[in-house]
Design a protein around this ligand. Structure first.
Ligand SMILES: Nc1ncnc2c1ncn2[C@@H]1O[C@H](COP(=O)(O)OP(=O)(O)O)[C@@H](O)[C@H]1O
Ligand SMILES: [Mg+2]
Length: 169
């Protein structure tokens, strides 16, 4: 069974799509309202190393809480906490960058950030920046930090920025 057969199976069960990106589809978990299920291609090496990093660093508030992760040949299934989108999602809109500023010091020049522009402001951000730099230089991945790959945990004053999908292969 490949990723498309599996997606067809989920569709036939009436399982709802929560979000779609270039490499994966995110579904609402049918029985756990706070969990989403991401189905993604095994060739997305950037996401694979990100998920492994997240699983090892679940105490870092900037990374998503992972509930399950498994590989099925050409695709993977990862269950993670359901997060909320940034409101600013709009092509070319750089205003979303302000949400990164409590964590990273940088001058936003465009919708996408460059790893060389980011300076971590605290330990948790440092841990992430170290991972990103290591991956970008060692593997064939690039930084893909923009408004659709960053989300919110919680609401109001206590909301926390979460980085969901920072690398592209
Ligand atoms: N934890 C989450 N909770 C809710 N929606 C999510 C979550 N993670 C991703 N999404 C939605 O699914 C889309 C695709 O997920 P993403 O991880 O960015 O995969 P891709 O590699 O396909 O870009 C996101 O842009 C977002 O709308
Ligand atoms: Mg994405």
């Amino acid at each position: 069974m490949d990723m498309y057969d599996y997606e067809e199976f989920l569709r036939s069960k009436g399982i709802k799509v929560n979000g779609r990106g270039g490499y994966g589809i995110v579904y609402q978990h049918p029985t756990h309202k706070d969990i989403v299920v991401k189905v993604w291609g095994s060739y997305d090496y950037g996401y694979e190393s990100w998920v492994k990093f997240c699983m090892k660093n679940q105490d870092n508030p900037l990374v998503p809480k992972i509930h399950h992760h498994s590989k099925h040949g050409s695709f993977n299934i990862t269950m993670l906490e359901k997060l909320k989108p940034l409101e600013e999602v709009d092509f070319c809109d750089i205003r979303w960058n302000k949400h990164l500023s409590p964590h990273f010091d940088f001058e936003p020049r465009g919708k996408f950030c460059w790893v060389s522009e980011l300076k971590a402001k605290h330990e948790h951000a440092k841990q992430i920046l170290k991972f990103l730099k290591r991956n970008i230089y060692a593997h064939d991945t690039a930084l893909d930090l923009h408004d659709e790959n960053v989300m919110w945990r919680g609401r109001g004053k206590n909301r926390q920025l979460v980085i969901t999908d920072p690398l592209v292969s």
